[in-house]
Design a protein around this ligand. Structure first.
Ligand code: AP5
Ligand code: MG
Length: 207
């Protein structure tokens, strides 16, 4: 099974990907995570990617499609988190899947209000080692990850960059929902519920 998760920033794509991958034994492919790995290097291309991400802007479709092609040749069964993100990526992805004799089974559109997403950004901490995602209340102590590593805040998790990421989402990514709706692949899930309730609704769509 191959799934795509489409949602605004901080709607819970990473959180639900972890549940889905564990339950259905799928591979998690987050272009955000892949790019953060590239951006941690020191060469000029990586530094350029890091700068764009810190401003909340998109990385070129060409770079993204290269990353995806290399990864999906390695394995079967994926949850695509944060990809495709532009109409051009969606169209090119269709061609790539056809070439590799693969297909998308379902596109889950996670909905959440901007205000709720913004609050989730404020409380989010991530593990730089295993990638686990957490949320802490403003007065809560930031405890280490379950793997023992100290948690960090993402560089793009601030109010200004969130605004930019949200605008980019509305302008570039939101239109691809209609692209997949016309193919009959979209299922909408309310992501403002608790993580387990959201996952129960996703399972109801997939089972
Ligand atoms: P990416 O890493 O994909 O960021 P994003 O789309 O902004 O999404 P986030 O990772 O911020 O949120 P999420 O939906 O995964 O939410 P999470 O589960 O963490 O992309 C980053 C950047 O990379 C982009 O801005 C761009 O520059 C670049 N990029 C990536 N892909 C690209 C592409 N295809 N093309 C071009 N450029 C690309 O949850 C958020 C918080 O909420 C957490 O603290 C979590 O614990 C909490 N939470 C989750 N669910 C719930 C819930 N149900 N109730 C309460 N709290 C919850
Ligand atoms: Mg994420």
């Amino acid at each position: 099974m191959n799934l795509i998760l489409i949602a605004p920033p901080a709607a819970g794509k990473g959180t639900q990907s972890e549940f889905i991958c564990n339950h259905y034994n799928l591979n998690h492919l987050s272009t955000g995570d892949l790019l953060r790995e590239v951006a941690s290097k020191d060469d000029p291309k990586s530094l350029e990617i890091k700068e764009l991400m810190n401003k909340g802007m998109l990385i070129s479709d060409e770079i993204i499609l290269d990353l995806i092609e290399n990864k999906i040749k390695e394995n079967e069964g994926f949850v695509f988190d944060g990809f495709p993100r532009t109409l051009n990526q969606a169209v090119s992805f269709d061609k790539l899947l056809e070439k590799l004799n693969k297909k998308i089974d379902k596109v889950i559109y996670l909905t959440v209000d901007k205000e709720v997403a913004s609050q989730r950004i404020a409380g989010r901490y991530v593990c730089p080692s295993c990638g686990s995602v957490y949320n802490f209340k403003p007065d809560e102590e930031i405890t280490p990850c379950k793997c023992g590593e100290a948690l960090i805040k993402r560089k793009d998790d601030n109010v200004e960059t969130f605004e930019k990421r949200y605008d980019v989402y509305m302008n570039e990514t939101f239109p691809i929902i209609d692209f997949y709706r016309e193919k009959g692949l979209i299922s909408e899930v309310d992501s403002s519920k608790t993580p387990t309730e959201v996952f129960d609704d996703i399972k109801a769509v997939l089972d």
